[in-house]
Every structure is written in structure tokens, then in C-alpha cells.
Ligand binder design. Sequence first.
Ligand code: ATP
Length: 446
Amino acid sequence: MKNLETIIQICKQRGFIFQSAEIYGGLKGFYDYGYLGVLLKNNLKNLWLKSIVFSRDNIFLIESSIVGPRKVYEASGHIEGFQDPLVECKNCHQRFRSDHLMKGEYGEVKLKDNKPLCPLCGGELTEERQFNLMFKTYVGPVEELATEAYLRPETAQGMFCNFKNVLNSMRTKLPFGIAQIGKAFRNEITPRNFIFRIREFEQMELEFFIDPKEAEKWYKYWVEERYGWYLKLGFKKENIRKREYLREELAHYSAATTDIEYKFPWGFDELEGIANRTNYDLSRHSHFSGEELVYFDEKTKKKILPYVIEPSVGVERLLLAVLVEFYDEDIIEGERRRIFRFPPFLAPIKVAVFPLLGNKKKLVDKAKEVYQIVKKDFISFYDESGSIGRRYRRQDEIGTPFCLTIDFQTLEDETVTIRDRDSTKQERIKIEEISEYLKSVFSNND
Ligand code: ATP
């Protein structure tokens, strides 16, 4: 089993992920992202955009506001329904989601008089109460119902509220989609498993509007499309699976849902959900706003209230899956090596450039010259400190696929060594050919 603790430690040490407000003791369920974390997240978001939006001509991006008026969430059902059952230990005051508690997710639960006890200290638990997961705020200086607003718990409502704007401005026809990447906030009762369940996260969501008659076809299409995307990213088939919900598991708005699950260190768990949300959202927003959110079919001269298929994935949850999937350890020259085997198109830093010796001016000057060349096309890193072996190891640990080393031969024939992260093999390549060579490696095939 891959050790989550080791991955968390590397993430902090090497600048992927930090606990938010750490110098003040941190805030549970909130994380900050260092240079490598931001680069990796950006790569994931760009791959999603390419696959969902830019490779098609009927899906359009939007960016809607994070704060929304109460009315939006009355219409969506979140004020009434976005609740988790909560219990608290009377002794240690730890809070638990009672549904997760009973599934044993916090550890073994003992019973007393048929009632569960705290899995941490064995204390008595309070009666269950419903807890709304949305963060509430007020817009302007007066705190009253009319100024009540919420941080969005999903980006989806922004797409439903803009249904007409996008339909009219893009002059599009059914089927069409609205996609968005953006922050979402949930006041989760028990954030856990590093960045798996957090309180501030980013979602990548698509709302794909369709004729209700074609709901089954498009639902199946998107389940396969999204599953295939993970295989293309390089996830092993045995680590990724589809799980269709039973009827009793479905959310109130959904006619069918399939989760794509990843084999996290604690077992298979949800990575992405693909739901047939029916016409629930459009009909509710039509009703609450008084705006008719329908599609006029020119052929039949009839109004259609579209159904919607929604694939939705959290960027940080995906980031964690990627870190787990590609982390590896091996032995190189008798030394244990930690390595992220990211496919080249995913790696945060693409190339590192080193002078063989950091104290030889001629080598340093030449290495900086090569660095300036590769930096134009690829996110690169220059390093002249420490032994060459240690510099290679540092790059392996952050998943850099290639290292270029400038040595004495470079000064004679304008060639450098290029070292492959996975095999550690080195070859010589002409400086003028580096860019073309790397471009061919980094272009991915989707
Ligand atoms: P869960 O059952 O894990 O709480 P959910 O079914 O409520 O998740 P959705 O509302 O379907 O999740 O959200 C879609 C996606 O957003 C999830 O598949 C996940 O990738 C991501 N997501 C949801 N909640 C969180 C969270 N608290 N932290 C990180 N990512 C999240």
C-alpha cells in the first residue's frame, strides 16, 4: 500500500501543498498550494478544458460568481436539503458524521445500550442533528434575510442561472454544454484524508443540456467519456472503476448517477460523479425566478425543458489521486529513491538544467545559456548546488522527466547529456535539437 504520510511529507517539503495558515496552527480543511502544486493543478485543469471544451464546438466556458443570493440556493434545494447528520462526543467534543460513523470510517465503534460511543475516546455521543454544509454571509452592512448570501457549494448553479444567457449569446442548439472551473465551499463536518475532503476546493463541472428523450444515451456517453479520460491520463485500469448508484442512494434531483472511483490508500472512493440531474434545476429556477428557462425547438415549434447530464470532479481530489497513482520508490545505485512517475505532459517541471560542476564558471555560463533556451518553451528549473547525483534525486522526487547536464564535452561540441527520469539512462543531444525533441515528447495525444 502506498503510504499517504510519505506523500504528505514530500508535498510539504518540496513545495506542492501546505497546510493553510500553518504558522497560526492551521485551519482544518484548508490548504495552500506551492509552486509545484499550482503547476500540477494547472496541468490537470488544462487537460480537462482541452478534453471537455476546446476539442468540441458545442460546449462553452463561463465563470460565475462565488457568492450567491439566498434565492439561488432556495431554488436549488441546498437551503433545505444540503445537510449532513452530525453527532458530537460529550467528552472530547469531536464531531462525526453519523452515517460515516456507522460505516466505521473513524475506526471501530463500540455500542452501549445499542447506541454508538465515540470511536476516539469511548465517550457518550449527543443526539443526531442536521447540519447545513453551506457557508453563510451577508452582503452589505445589514444582516437580515434579504441580504443573506452563500458561498457556492458547487459551481453548477452558476450554469443553470446563466442557461438563457449562454443559449442566446452563443446562438447554439441542443445538445449543448456549459462548463466551469472554480472554487466551491462546504463546511464539511469532518475534513479528512489530506486534500480528499476539504472545505475550500475547486470543481470542474460540465452541465450538458439535452432533449429528455436522449437522456439515457448522453448519460452513458459521458460516463464512458470520463472513464476513458482517466485511462488516458495514465491511471492503471485496476485503480479506477465505475460504480452505478442504487435507486435508494440517488440524490433528490437525480435519475441516475455513476461515480468514478479511485483506489486511494484507504480503499476505493469517489473521484468524480456523473449524474443525470433531469430537468430539476431548470424547472426549479424557472419557478423561483419567474424566468422561463426553456429551449425553443425550431423544427417542432415546441418548447422543451431540457434534461442535464453533469460530470463533476474536484481538482484537489484529482490532484491527490495523481500523487498517489504516480508515486513510487526504487533502488538506484544502492540508494532508495523516491520518485513521481508523472507522464511528461503532467509533470509540473518539465526539464532541469545543471552544470556538471557548480564552481566552474565556463560550465555555469554555458548551462545558464541552455537554461534560457529551454525556458522559452518549457517550465524549467536551474540548479548548480550539490553533487550531480543529489540534483538528479531532487528532480526525481518532484517528477521532472528530463535533466540536461552541461559538461566539458559541451564546451567542445555543443552537446549535452539528457537523462531520463524513469530509466536514469543518459544520451547526448545537440543543444539546437533539444527543443524539438522535448516538444515531441510533451505533446500528448488527446
Ligand atoms: P462526497 O460524497 O464525497 O461528499 P459528493 O457526492 O457530495 O461527495 P458531489 O456533490 O457530487 O460530491 O461533488 C462532485 C465532486 O466534487 C466530487 O466527486 C469530488 O471530486 C468533489 N468534492 C465534493 N466535495 C468535496 C470536498 N469536500 N473536498 C474535495 N472535493 C470535493
